[in-house]
Write a protein that binds this ligand. Sequence first.
Ligand code: HEC
Length: 468
Amino acid sequence: MLFVLGALFRSERKSSTDGLWNRFIEVVFKLGKYLCFPQHPQQKRAKNSLEFLVDSLLFPLQKDCKILFQAGEIDEVRVTVVALTSALHNFRKILAVEMFTQKRERCHIIRNDFFTTGRVKILFLIGFIFLQSSCAFFLSYIKDKKPSPNETTEASHANEFMWEQFHLGNYDSLPSILDKLNSSYQLDPNNADVTAHLGYMYLWAFAERIRNKPQERILENVFLSNRFFKEAIVLNPDDPRTYGFQSAVQMCEGAFTNNLEMLAQAYFGSLKAIRKWPQFNKFALGYIEGQLDTGTRMYKQGLKFQWEILDECAEAKLSEEKIMKDPITILTALYDEINNSNDPEIKRACGNSWIAPHNWEGFFLNFGDILVKAGRIDQAKIMYSAVKIAPSYVDWIYKDVINLRIEEANQNVQVFNRKQNLIALTDNKQMMVNSEMSCTGCHKMSSGEFAKASYKSGSEISSAAEKK
Ligand code: HEC
């Protein structure tokens, strides 16, 4: 109220000639502002903006841009400019959001006082509102997108159907999975699980595209996946997995559409996601980076991440050097340690679970592939063998792939390094990431496993992932 009064009087100030009166009004205004806008949220916003700036401008330019831009054929200067522009763009966005939020708050205060003040003041206020923030006044009635408190029956059926088909690895069911998810999205576009699952399922359609012959419209899946992941983050900002997946998908979109700014932004987004849940999101970024040429900085970073994931899945320090001294003994101990871990971030990202029943096997298959691509055959064979440490290996639908990979390791160096069109892949000889195992390698259950596993609902499985 003080603020409103101060503001009202201040707007009259120009006509007054009394300097003391002006000073007094200024003090009332400041006091009102202080009381109406408690310092805490403002300071917090300012701090967030600063952190965001440092994140998107200084940090990437000093460190990550170098990694990204020494990566390949891209001209370093051009990319630095793009990164700078995108950082400035972000900054402008922050300012716009801040101004909007502040105006909205102001409107809110004014609105609350609207009916308690006299007629003259009401007229004054209307004028004030229209002059100061006519649009913001109306915008203040628009509610932010908020997650639905309850799940519709359609949503729970669609989610259950999705899990069933995904765990069975029924890629051909994708059209009906997407139909069900999309129609429950139409009924309730604020369901966080349905929205995220649309992101995951469009990505599955793209990632295992090798199962079908090349399709003209395959890229649409990448665009849609990115779109739904972005919305899923708004609906559930506490799930660090969606940040990692969204950024990874957006990197693909940026690369395929030749949009360097989008690619750069997504790369920084991946780094942020890694800070939220390193064990999980280092895999997401590393999986994408493993597709690049071995000479690039990003490929090398992807390889480095695999070692770091192992280290971060262990309580004690676990370096490459230490692992290589006695790999199978050390990795067997690590497998047991992960299974007995009380830390959900480790247990869920590093071990096998209902969600990802062959996560261990998939991780080491991909690690082996990345090492083969780098020509590090001996290490690759060790990682391929480490797949067998998990007792679930015997139930893994792709278990025969491992012996074949070990046998063909030498010739695969050339196969994994050949240049190809990533949208329309050349043939079936692909690294895991571009193969029919791209997602099902970790997520598919054997029929025996599926018979034993019962369905888990969204709230049952998301709580631990949201811990951070
Ligand atoms: C190396 C193994 C691995 C690969 C490959 C992999 N994932 Fe996952 N995925 C995981 C793990 C681990 C989790 C997290 C488990 C948890 O949260 O407890 C997960 C989580 C998920 C979820 C769960 C979301 C939810 O609602 O809880 C979905 C859906 C999913 N992945 C889809 C995919 C798709 C699509 C691909 C292919 C592009 C893929 N995954 C590739 C291991 C993998």
